[in-house]
Write a protein that binds this ligand. Structure first.
Ligand SMILES: [Zn+2]
Length: 85
């Protein structure tokens, strides 16, 4: 019997602060933390294709979480910068 081991696998989560970016909810600056998790499609546990990573931003002050669609322009720009590092 042949089984094709194929699926998606999350990569290592990276957490970074977004310095100088203010939270749209409580307007505190420097409290936002981004959690970026890369995802891969793998075949036989070998990553063959990189999917767009899942991203979550949470404010350390008011604990509000933002998914990518909820991000302000400022947050999007900071995220973009993080991912290009
Ligand atoms: Zn906040």
């Amino acid at each position: 019997m042949f089984i094709l081991f194929f699926g998606t696998r999350p990569g290592k989560t990276r957490e970074s602060h977004l310095p100088g970016v203010s939270c749209p909810f409580c307007s505190q600056t420097g409290q936002l933390k981004a959690r970026i998790q890369p995802r891969y499609i793998h075949i036989f546990w070998i990553p063959v294709y990189r999917l767009s990573p899942s991203e979550l931003i949470q404010c350390g002050h008011c604990k509000k979480a933002y998914s990518k669609g909820d991000c302000s322009h400022e947050m999007q720009e900071a995220l973009k910068k993080l991912k290009n590092e």
